[in-house]
Design a protein around this ligand. Sequence first.
Ligand SMILES: [Fe+2]
Ligand SMILES: [Fe+2]
Length: 327
Amino acid sequence: MMQEEVLINLEGFVEKQLPLLKSVEESWQPGDFLPDMASDRWQGEVEALRARAKSIPDDLLVVLVGNTVTEEALPSYQTWLNRPPGLKDETGASVNPWALWTRGWTAEENRHGEVLGRYLYLSGRVDMRSVEVTTQHLIRNGFDLKSGNDAYKAFVYVAFQERATKVSHANVGRLAEGYGDPLLARICSTVAADEARHEEAYKRIFGMILVEDPSNAVLALDEMVSQKVVMPARLMSDGADGDLFEHFALVAQRAKIYTVRDYAAILDHLMHYWNIAGLTGLEPEAARAQERLCGLADHYQKRADRFDEVIARAPKERFRWIFNREI
Ligand SMILES: [Fe+2]
Ligand SMILES: [Fe+2]
């Protein structure tokens, strides 16, 4: 069966998942968390925010900036979801369930970069221009997963990434709480809760693709995860550091916010959720992929130990985002 046919068959299923998105009326907005600049109390609120933000250490700040920039590259992600036939929004305002989902998802995601970016701006802790330059570079550079127009691969990817961003935002929030910034903690845990709903939807969608077209779905899954899953902000640049993404990822790893162990745990979770080991009747090539997939999480767990040593030895780096301080 052609992918496009499978996607058309799933329209009814996707329609039933639309309630995983919240209506605008029941959604939080960035302004709900931040000082109300129209109120007489704005100055005190801003000062309180800045006082609490002083407690955030540099490593946490760098990861927060990297996470923010990743969220801000949303135009690239929406464009990417709009490419596969059967999935794309044919008019720009289509009422096809796939189009309704993608636009609704984008509208929710749009608040993430907004709330984090406004927090960073008000905190006074970062070189805001350098953060903004990084976002502009990232959107210009784009986002290529080498997944072509393959919708199956796209859903594997988003299921993985929603869970990864959930872990990362939740960990930043937890650490911020510990350092004495409950506002940042609340912002990050709220964003993480959005990611959790998105993750659920994408896992269900790929689960249905596995039912409809099991062998091709397993092959797509294998191709996406058997090489390391490419991160969305891989092409970020601040115009100075040629390996900015690698340096950011290293800080996240050292701070235990997003690590190789998290990566392995996400793979393990997805393989169990989709019951990859239990699939039967696959075509020979897909059956070989199934076997590979079942050993993958273990492989990364083992690599994690070796990776700890690499990280311990890695030199400190300077980040423009935090006024060229070294971490
Ligand atoms: Fe997000
Ligand atoms: Fe998300």
